[in-house]
Design a binder for this molecule. Structure first.
Ligand code: OFO
Length: 161
């Protein structure tokens, strides 16, 4: 059984993961609207991953006899400025999510909730990967600069995800 505090924190995180999914879907729409299908493909995959993260928590709360309470999600932006700005925003967003996961873990420690501590370790590892892959794409894009053919190559690479 989970404490009410822990359950509320997981419900907030389910909302945050769904908001991440919605943000990445908006980014996919933006990139695909600019004919960057590979970027769109990568972001759609990210959207699916985020829904997966939310569902992992959804299942965990229920498995522990808790109650899932879904909350509303704000509409994301439609225009992100440029493909580079998209990925800078992905990285900044993932850094925020990492901070949230760390706070959840701290709460699990304070609550002596060992099951939640073990469960959250997967997310802590996942966040390292999330930040790493966004950072790598930003580096590639910065190296490419505004050379159109380099952007086409990155688009192709991202389409392989
Ligand atoms: Fe769920 O890791 Fe991104 O947000």
């Amino acid at each position: 059984m989970q404490s009410k505090k822990m359950q509320d924190a997981f419900n907030d995180q389910i909302q945050a993961e769904m908001a991440s999914a919605y943000l990445y879907l908006a980014m996919a729409a933006y990139c695909e609207g600019k004919n960057l299908k590979g970027f769109g493909h990568w972001l759609r995959a990210q959207y699916n991953e985020e829904v997966g993260h939310a569902m992992k928590m959804f299942d965990f709360v229920i498995e522990r006899g808790g109650q899932v309470v879904l909350k509303s999600i704000e509409a994301p932006a439609a225009d992100f400025g440029s493909p580079l700005a998209v990925f800078e925003k992905v990285l900044a967003h993932e850094q925020q999510i990492t901070a949230r996961i760390n706070s959840l873990y701290e709460l699990a420690l304070a609550e002596k909730d060992y099951a939640s501590q073990i469960f959250l370790q997967w997310f802590i590892t996942e966040q390292v990967e999330e930040e790493g892959s966004a950072g790598e794409i930003i580096e590639k894009m910065k190296m490419a600069g505004d050379k159109g053919n380099a952007l086409v190559w990155i688009d192709k690479e991202l389409g392989k995800r």
